[in-house]
Design a protein around this ligand. Structure first.
Ligand SMILES: NC(=O)c1ccc[n+]([C@@H]2O[C@H](COP(=O)([O-])OP(=O)(O)OC[C@H]3O[C@@H](n4cnc5c(N)ncnc54)[C@H](O)[C@@H]3O)[C@@H](O)[C@H]2O)c1
Length: 323
């Protein structure tokens, strides 16, 4: 089933926190395309004004420039909202190790503010972004809900903590929370420029500019790279999930793994480039392999990813070439 076939009541209002970012802006776009109303809350700390400007002419879109660290802002943003899609957070494992206190205030404090505001405003569903990083050093492979290991970074701790808070809100306050553990998402509008940028947009931009990209490690590390449209599908389906499974977390991925070096070669081939990468030492806090078991999301959210890796990569490359 495609997103456009999912039905919400006519005047539904979605709040997307972090809506000026990569995943958030793709969510806003999909919801507007379906004809529903979207309110975006973002402080533009890592998000982009252009990801807001592109929607401003749509009467169904509203932007609040604000910070989830401020509870009053969260309350204002949640007013009359049916569904919260909470994406606002700072990503990046290495950056989290440089700024632990900020990650605590932003990713943990901000999420607790959002949960409390959503409870106060009686929203129908609270769907939030968690991360595959919560699996840490788990020896269970593919990674499966309920078999988490020790977190390997501050970023992972913030996401693990978010899940615990969301579960408490489901247990004690009847707030329907659903955690989506994203696995290495890629697609249009992902920022290639930050020092902490994800590999796919970074490789694409550097290869287009004839620069030599750096691969940390030997390139045999693998990830369950997931095209952003699959993540959009998961968020919308979680908004329709049953009350009985509130408080749960779900792997949102493709259920497949791809080695970094293979991605590098696929991008090079598509762009018709023959540039040798630089191999550097592995990054602190990174895991070697990641691949998700997506049975739980398939069963309870009716999640059925429409984009395999090759199709997602092709769409992504087309977008970067034209932008
Ligand atoms: N991209 C991935 O591969 C991936 C994987 C796992 C989890 N996630 C999670 O998904 C979510 C979205 O990630 P993304 O890749 O789109 O990142 P992004 O940086 O593009 O988007 C995050 C957005 O949140 C906003 N934001 C951050 N702190 C805020 C605050 N205090 N108040 C208001 N807005 C704030 C930023 O300005 C940005 O627009 C994050 O929670 C991230 O941890 C992403």
């Amino acid at each position: 089933m495609k997103e456009k076939d999912l039905k919400f009541s006519k005047d539904s209002l979605f709040l997307v926190t972090g809506g000026a970012g990569f995943i958030g802006s793709n969510l806003c776009e999909a919801i507007l395309d379906m004809g529903y109303k979207v309110r975006c809350l973002d402080d533009l700390s890592t998000g982009k004004q252009e990801n807001v400007d592109m929607f401003l002419s749509n009467p169904n879109y509203e932007f609040i420039k604000g910070d989830i660290k401020d509870y009053e802002t969260c309350l204002k943003a949640c007013e009359s909202v049916d569904y919260v899609l909470h994406q606002a957070a700072w990503g990046s494992v290495p950056r989290s190790l440089e700024m632990p206190q900020f990650y605590c205030e932003n990713n943990i404090g901000g999420t607790v503010n959002m949960l409390e505001a959503a409870r106060h405003c009686h929203v129908k569903k609270f769907v939030y972004a968690s991360s595959s990083s919560v699996y840490g050093d788990s020896k269970v492979f593919p990674q499966k809900e309920g078999y988490e290991g020790e977190a390997l970074s501050i970023y992972a701790v913030t996401k693990k903590n978010n899940e615990q808070w969301a579960k408490q809100y489901a247990m004690h306050y009847g707030l329907d929370t659903y955690g989506l553990r994203y696995f290495n998402v890629f697609g249009k509008r992902q920022d290639p420029d930050s020092t902490y940028a994800a590999v796919i947009p970074k490789f694409i931009k550097q290869l287009i500019n004839n620069e030599r990209p750096t691969i940390n490690g030997d390139g045999t590390q693998s990830r369950d790279f997931t095209y952003v449209q699959n993540v959009v599908e998961a968020n919308l389906k979680a908004c329709l999930a049953s009350h009985e499974i509130a408080g749960n977390v779900f792997n949102i991925a493709l259920g497949d793994e791809t080695q970094l070096i293979d991605i590098y070669n696929s991008i090079s081939k598509y762009l018709n480039k023959n540039i040798e990468p630089i191999f550097a030492s592995p990054r602190r806090g990174d895991i070697k392999c990641s691949k998700a078991d997506i049975t739980k999301a398939r069963k309870y959210l009716n999640y059925n990813p429409q984009y395999n890796f090759a199709k997602g990569l092709e769409e992504t490359l087309k977008w970067y070439k034209n932008n």
